[in-house]
Design a protein around this ligand. Structure first.
Ligand SMILES: Cc1cc2nc3c(=O)[nH]c(=O)nc-3n(C[C@H](O)[C@H](O)[C@H](O)COP(=O)(O)OP(=O)(O)OC[C@H]3O[C@@H](n4cnc5c(N)ncnc54)[C@H](O)[C@@H]3O)c2cc1C
Ligand code: SF4
Ligand code: SF4
Ligand code: SF4
Length: 385
């Protein structure tokens, strides 16, 4: 039976819950809002299936991609409404054209993020764009297996740990399964996201009825993107570096504990393709960069390469993996927890406003300021010598 002593060793993929023959595992949120398995020991028959399926109980083998590309969707509208170059939508359309099914992350009616599936282009639209919140996997691995056994072509997309969880759940390769993961900075807490949204609604009453949310709005360009919420009567749009939620995400305050020691990166999920932002494209391939977004696509298998080759709506440019990693270290390295991460979660339910709490965490303390000032003086003195 699965027993968790170290939260860093559970990514919340839910494979254990979905494999349990007695349905005695439920995924419950902890005090930070992340889901973990809970076993009803009165029903458990100690079959061990949950332990066996857990990706943390096997070795993660990292691998370098067989090819690395810069990719741009030829449809300007899709490119501008996607996070990077719009590679995902084009690849997913190739699957739908073969009467296939695509799994991806979308908002539910309360703007929480869940993994769902689409069998037509209209439903696919909801998967477009990154949602920087940990998605609830629910029963999607079981559903994916059903489609595979019906000989449907399936594309499953998600974070590397979700793809790794799926592969452990399925236990074998399927010719009709394609998998795509993302270069992953980490997954923020759904509870923090919910609290932030409620805080936004209180601050801006026009947002009480939300129409859409864009984590990567390109109204101010791809590199300096904005976070935008569209309400019935008003729109809140802020460059990411001034938005408290995005700051807490990007400065590593609100990520799941497993993200800080992630083992599923660097090809270890064995997804056929990995998608990310082609940061550094302005240095590596300046002629391609127009600040509208370029996807980085890592082909980790021949199957992934074939799917990319079959996808007609993309302009594809060969590039160099090591250079891409240099400008985008999240491909291989997990981030370190922010020193005030624990402070944030400890004070999360205090009377402080969301913005104040984030500011308190990110503002350097007097000690840190003194150390920085001393360092600056020391370096100046060294230069004079
Ligand atoms: C939590 C998270 C962190 C990321 N961190 C980085 C990073 O540090 N560096 C980097 O280069 N790229 C990162 N990305 C990937 C990047 O944001 C784009 O998703 C990627 O470049 C693909 O963009 P696109 O234009 O091809 O397609 P888009 O349409 O923008 O992306 C859609 C794809 O993202 C998936 N997706 C969206 N939200 C989630 C979610 N919450 N959970 C699981 N899957 C999701 C969808 O299922 C679909 O596969 C991250 C993505 C996520 C979800
Ligand atoms: S040991 Fe078997 S029955 Fe018990 S929780 Fe795990 S999978 Fe379920
Ligand atoms: S990593 Fe996945 S399979 Fe392992 S305990 Fe956590 S939810 Fe269960
Ligand atoms: S950083 Fe690793 S553990 Fe965290 S969501 Fe991404 S893939 Fe999963």
């Amino acid at each position: 039976m699965i027993e968790l002593f170290d939260k860093k060793k559970c990514c919340g993929c839910g494979a254990c819950m979905q494999i349990c023959p007695k349905n005695c595992i439920t995924m419950r949120a902890d005090n930070e809002g992340f889901l973990y398995p809970m076993v009803d020991t009165s029903v458990c028959v100690q079959c061990g299936a949950c332990e066996k399926v857990c990706p943390f109980n096997s070795v993660y083998e990292q691998q370098k991609p067989i090819s690395t590309y810069g990719v741009i969707n030829t449809n300007e509208q899709i490119r501008l409404t996607s996070s990077s170059g719009g590679a995902f939508t084009a690849l997913a359309r190739t699957i739908l054209r073969q009467n296939g099914v695509v799994f991806g992350a979308c908002f539910d009616k309360d703007y929480q993020v869940v993994i769902a599936y689409a069998e037509d282009e209209d439903s696919l639209e909801a998967f477009k764009g990154s949602k920087y919140v940990q998605a609830r996997v629910g029963e999607s691995f079981s559903k994916c297996k059903c489609f595979l056994n019906q000989n449907k072509i399936v594309l499953f997309s998600g974070t590397p740990c979700q793809i790794s969880g799926l592969k452990h759940f399925l236990k074998r390769d399927y010719d009709n399964l394609y998998t795509i993961d993302v270069v992953c900075h980490g997954a923020p807490s759904p509870m923090v996201w919910e609290t932030y949204l409620n805080w936004c609604k209180r601050q801006n009453l026009g947002l009480s009825s939300i129409r859409n949310i864009f984590f990567r709005d390109k109204c101010s360009g791809w590199k300096g993107f904005s976070f935008t919420i569209k309400g019935q009567n008003c729109t809140l749009s802020t460059p990411y570096k001034y938005n408290p939620y995005m700051k807490a995400f990007l400065w590593d305050v609100i990520l799941r504990p497993s993200c800080y020691e992630c083992k599923a990166k660097a090809g270890a999920s064995h997804a056929d393709l990995t998608l990310g932002d082609f940061w550094g494209v302005d240095r590596i391939m300046p002629s391609v960069d127009d600040n509208k977004g370029v996807s980085l696509v890592l082909a980790n298998s021949i199957k992934g390469k074939e799917l990319l080759n079959k996808t007609v709506e993309l302009n594809v440019f060969d590039t160099d993996y090591d250079k891409a990693v240099y400008y985008n270290p999240a491909i291989v390295n997990p981030v370190k927890p922010h020193p005030k991460r624990n402070y944030f979660f400890k004070n999360f339910n205090s009377t402080d406003s969301f913005e104040n709490l984030v500011e308190k965490c990110l503002k350097p303390s007097l000690n840190e300021k003194c150390v920085d000032a001393l360092k600056r003086i020391y370096h100046k003195l060294l230069k004079r010598k």
